[in-house]
Design a binder for this molecule. Structure first.
Ligand code: NAP
Length: 278
C-alpha cells in the first residue's frame, strides 16, 4: 500500500496526497463552497494544500486562509512565488503578501512557480533567507526540467531544494526518461500537478476499462498510479464527494499485473521529451 507520508531530504515529513486550488478564489459565489470543500478534505486527512499567489490573483490563498483557520497546525501548506516577483527583495515581499492572505505566519513549503528573468542564485538566496529565519520550513521549484535542475544544483550546494512540482499523469509520462531518475538519485520527490490532466485523462477508454475491472473510479486509478510511482499528486476538487473519492486512492494497492497493463495502455517514454507544462 502506498505510504501516506514521505520524509523530505531536510528531514521534514510531508503527506503524499494533497489538494490543489487552481481556479479557486475566482468567483465570489463559489467561495463558500470552495472553503467547505477544502475543509472536508482536511477532515478526511488531505492536509497538504497547494496554492499560489497567481491563483485567482491571490483569491485562492484567501480561500485557503479561511479554510485552514483554527487548524493551521494540522496543515502542510505550500504556496508559490511568481517568477516576475522572484528577486531577492521581491520574493520576500510576495511571501509576506501571501502570508497575509493565508492568515498564517509561516509556510511549510515555498516554490518558485516557474523560471523567469531573475537568476536562480538570487531567488534561492531569498528562499534560503526565509528558511533560515524560520518563516518557511522548506523550499523548492516548479516546472523545472532536468537541465534546470542541474543548474539549480549549482546554486544550492547544501541541497536545500526539496521538491520539483511538475505536470505528471498517465497521459504525460515524459519525465520518466530523465527527470524522475535524476531527482530520485538526490531524494527530491516529484509533486504531480494536474494528476487527472484536468479531467482529460478520465475520458480515456483504457483507463475507464481498467478502473471498471478493479471496481474503482478512473480518478482513483489515475491517482493511485501516481502514488505507486512515489510521487505526490495534488488533485483539485471543489466537490466533497469527489474529494472523498480521491482520498480513497490512498488505500488502493495496484498489482504488478495492473501496473503492466497501464504501461501497455499508456506507454512510458522511449526517449527524452520536453517537460509538459499547463
Ligand atoms: P487536476 O487536479 O488534474 O484536475 C482538476 C479537475 O478535475 C477539476 O475540474 C475537478 O473538478 C476535476 N476532478 C477532481 N476530482 C475528480 C474526480 N474524482 N472525478 C472527476 N473529476 C474530478 O488539475 P489541476 O487543478 O490543473 O491540478 C491540480 C493542482 O496542481 C492545481 O489545482 C494546482 O494547485 C496545481 N498546479 C500547479 C501548476 C504549476 O505550474 N505548478 C500547474 C497546474 C496545476 P471539480 O472541482 O468540479 O471536482
Amino acid at each position: 500500500m502506498p505510504t501516506h507520508t514521505i520524509t523530505l531530504r531536510n528531514g521534514i515529513e510531508m503527506p503524499t496526497l494533497g489538494q490543489g486550488t487552481w481556479f479557486m478564489g475566482e468567483s465570489f459565489f463559489e467561495k463558500k463552497n470552495e472553503i467547505a470543500a477544502l475543509q472536508h478534505g482536511i477532515d478526511i486527512g488531505l492536509t497538504l494544500i497547494d496554492t499560489a499567489e497567481m491563483y485567482g490573483n491571490g483569491g485562492a490563498e484567501k480561500v485557503v486562509g479561511e479554510a485552514i483557520a483554527g487548524r493551521r497546525d494540522k496543515i502542510f501548506l505550500v504556496s508559490k512565488v511568481l517568477p516576475n516577483h522572484a528577486s531577492l527583495r521581491g520574493t520576500v515581499r510576495a511571501f509576506e503578501d501571501s502570508l497575509k492572505r493565508l492568515k498564517t505566519d509561516y509556510l511549510d513549503m515555498y516554490l518558485l512557480h516557474w523560471r523567469g528573468g531573475y537568476s536562480l542564485e538570487e531567488t534561492f538566496e531569498a528562499l534560503e533567507k526565509l528558511r533560515q529565519e524560520g518563516k518557511i520550513r522548506s523550499w523548492g521549484v516548479s516546472n523545472f526540467d532536468t537541465d534546470d535542475m542541474q543548474e539549480a544544483e549549482e546554486y544550492d550546494p547544501d541541497g536545500n531544494c526539496c521538491i520539483n512540482q511538475v505536470l505528471y499523469n498517465l497521459g504525460s509520462r515524459g519525465i520518466e526518461w530523465a527527470l524522475i531518475p535524476w531527482q530520485k538519485k538526490r531524494n527530491i520527490p516529484v509533486m504531480a500537478y494536474s494528476p487527472l490532466y484536468q479531467t482529460r485523462l478520465l475520458r480515456s477508454s483504457g483507463l475507464v476499462r481498467i478502473a471498471q475491472e478493479l471496481s474503482i473510479t478512473p480518478a482513483q486509478l489515475a491517482l493511485s498510479w501516481l502514488l505507486h510511482q512515489g510521487t505526490v499528486p495534488i488533485p483539485k476538487s471543489s466537490n466533497a464527494q469527489r474529494i472523498e473519492e480521491n482520498r480513497k486512492a490512498w488505500d488502493i494497492e495496484l498489482s504488478q499485473e495492473v501496473l503492466r497493463e497501464l504501461d501497455r495502455v499508456f506507454p512510458p517514454p522511449t526517449h527524452k521529451m520536453p517537460l509538459d507544462i499547463l
